[in-house]
Write a new protein. Structure first.
Length: 74
């Protein structure tokens, strides 16, 4: 698996764990793409792929111009 692909999955899996454990609550704003890219030493595109995967999992939603937020999950 290419490095960038592994990284986006690792980031998404980490955030998934935080949501499932309750560390991140429903409607809580996630760090920005730029903040996560800097924290994980990856490109903005990698973080965007992670956010896309989280969205596909039904764990987050985006608000235009506001950011990415934790969805209500059961």
């Amino acid at each position: 698996m290419p490095y960038e692909q592994a990284e986006y999955r690792r980031i998404a899996d980490g955030i998934t764990g935080q949501i499932r454990s309750g560390e991140l609550k429903a409607h809580e704003k996630l760090p920005s793409t730029a903040e996560l890219a800097e924290k994980h030493h990856v490109s903005l595109a990698t973080v965007n792929r992670a956010f896309g995967l989280l969205h596909d999992r039904g764990l987050v939603y985006g608000k235009q111009g506001k950011g990415v937020f934790v969805a209500e999950v059961e």
